[in-house]
Design a protein around this ligand. Structure first.
Ligand code: HEC
Ligand code: HEC
Length: 208
């Protein structure tokens, strides 16, 4: 990844954040620079800084991740550079601020994600049978189980997160109830090929 651009984006945001937070207290609408500086135009994800797609994300999942980043339950592992970049962005949000962001992101248009990962999707389909229990047959997500939709997300981001779970960079915090359920599941994917294969299968599922 391009660390220089990630650090550059963080500095821009951190300089500008205090002004924005003042606005947030008055409950003015969020300025889209806040999130889209990193997460890309229309929240479609930005490979350069490794920030994933937000458009189309389930509100309950978006809310929980912002709360987890804020509480240091996610983005706390010292090796998780990208998670640590996201954490200060959530750290200063109030509950009201999170509710506003969730509502605002809910209005963004979903523009289909590009396929960037190559793999054997037939082999991935077999592997995915074990994922479907929680994430759904069509990777549509399952709110009751707390497992987010995977289809429609940037494929490179799914790959990174699976590797992070495998290494325990995500999901090992004691208060991370949902991440702790996912972490052992990532171990099913024994090597990089299986990760690419399962993500290639998820790519075939499209999005509504
Ligand atoms: C400085 C760049 C930056 C800014 C600004 C930023 N993010 Fe992030 N965000 C990231 C990165 C990088 C990641 C990937 C973290 C990881 O790998 O765990 C991320 C991850 C996330 C995730 C986790 C997504 C998932 O599928 O688990 C959510 C949700 C999120 N950001 C929401 C937001 C929102 C909402 C805003 C605005 C309030 C915002 N971000 C502002 C860089 C940023
Ligand atoms: C026991 C239920 C369960 C199973 C089985 C499971 N997951 Fe998960 N998964 C979860 C939960 C819960 C989360 C949300 C973790 C969080 O909130 O941080 C998650 C999160 C993820 C994420 C992060 C998504 C994001 O936007 O950040 C990916 C990628 C993922 N799972 C892929 C898989 C794959 C691939 C498999 C099969 C090998 C799988 N999961 C099997 C429960 C499960």
């Amino acid at each position: 990844m391009n660390r220089k651009s990630l650090i550059g984006a963080m500095l821009t945001i951190l300089c500008w954040l205090p002004f924005q937070l003042q606005g947030a207290e008055e409950r003015e609408p969020y300025d889209d620079r806040y999130c889209t500086t990193c997460h890309g135009a229309d929240g479609r994800g930005n490979f350069g800084v490794q920030a994933p797609r937000l458009a189309g994300m389930e509100p309950w999942y978006l809310k929980r991740q912002l709360e987890n980043f804020r509480a240091g339950i996610r983005g706390a592992h010292l090796k998780d550079i990208e998670g640590m970049a996201m954490r200060p962005m959530a750290a200063q949000l109030t509950d009201e601020g999170i509710a506003d962001v969730v509502e605002w992101v809910g209005d963004w248009n979903y523009i289909p994600a590009q396929v960037t990962i190559e793999g054997d999707s037939a082999a991935g389909k077999q592997l995915y049978l074990q994922c479907a229990t929680c994430h759904g047959d069509e990777a549509q997500g399952n709110e009751t189980l707390g497992a987010p939709a995977l289809r429609g997300q940037n494929d490179w981001y799914l790959v990174t997160q699976l590797k992070n779970f495998k290494k325990g960079w995500r999901g090992s915090e004691s208060l991370d109830n949902y991440g702790q359920q996912m972490m052992p599941m990532a171990q099913i994917l024994t090597d990089d090929d299986s990760i690419n294969n399962v993500v290639s299968h998820i790519n075939t599922l499209g999005k509504d």
